[in-house]
Design a protein around this ligand. Structure first.
Ligand code: E4P
Length: 229
């Protein structure tokens, strides 16, 4: 499975880029807000300038399809390595599929995002252009957040994406390092990870005895601040 970095803190993105661990990047409006991005276009252009050779996903901001289309044109113009992120619906629950088809006809690479159901996966994959690389982002973590096992969803999504050339399945909203192994086992193409998960990946393979010792050492260190003697 390819690992992408999910976030909008430029320094984190650049250190992930320099580490060579990641093969691409995803962002979204909430991550940009959290990172304090004030000027979306300036931010995106800086990222493209500093990371010119790996896939980058930038999302449209509008909620009406006409403005989304204009934003998509602008995002497309940022660079050849840019995927335009289109949410599968707007906030009214209206399907983005007609817009997705329109943009696919133009040969643009999309990252269809906020997908939670298999019906959405099927409709998205059916709308994709097989001559273009695209990303289908299924939010496994948000499926798990409502108490539903995401594994069968991801397994079925792998099958659906296999029916269309260029449809790359992305495991979005990862929650822990183990998700990377689950994604890999299922044959998911990409998993996007937070900086916390990327940094934890460095610990992969550490003997559990050592992790146990680290755990006790961590507790012990924090006891110092509790005024216990
Ligand atoms: C992926 O592209 C999304 O930006 C991201 O993984 C969403 O994560 P969340 O569901 O934890 O907000």
């Amino acid at each position: 499975v390819k690992i992408y970095a999910d976030g909008a803190v430029l320094d984190d993105m650049l250190s992930a880029y320099e580490s060579g661990i990641v093969s691409g990047f995803t962002t979204n409006p909430s991550l940009m807000k959290k990172a304090g991005v004030k000027d979306y276009v300036a931010f995106a252009k800086e990222v493209v300038e500093k990371i010119p050779d790996l896939p980058l996903s930038f999302e449209v901001f509008a909620d009406d399809f006409e403005t989304m289309e204009k934003e998509a044109e602008k995002i497309h113009s940022f660079g050849d390595n840019v995927f335009i992120k289109i949410p599968i619906t707007n906030t009214k629950g209206e399907s983005s599929i007609p817009l997705i088809k329109k943009l696919e006809d133009k040969g643009y690479s999309l990252n269809v995002t906020a997908i939670l159901t298999l019906k959405q996966v099927e409709e998205t994959v059916a709308a994709l252009n097989p001559n273009v690389e695209n990303i289908v982002s299924v939010f496994a973590g948000r499926i798990a957040d409502v108490g539903v096992d995401p594994i069968p969803y991801m397994k079925k999504s792998v099958e659906i994406c296999k029916t269309k050339k260029g449809a790359n399945l992305l495991w979005a909203s990862s929650r822990e390092v183990f998700n990377v192994y689950e994604a890999d086992r299922l044959g998911v193409d990409i998993i996007t990870c937070t900086p916390e998960i990327i940094s934890k990946l460095k610990k992969v393979g550490k003997p559990l005895e050592e992790v146990s010792l680290d755990t006790v050492k961590g507790f012990n260190k924090d006891i110092e601040s509790l005024g216990y003697s």
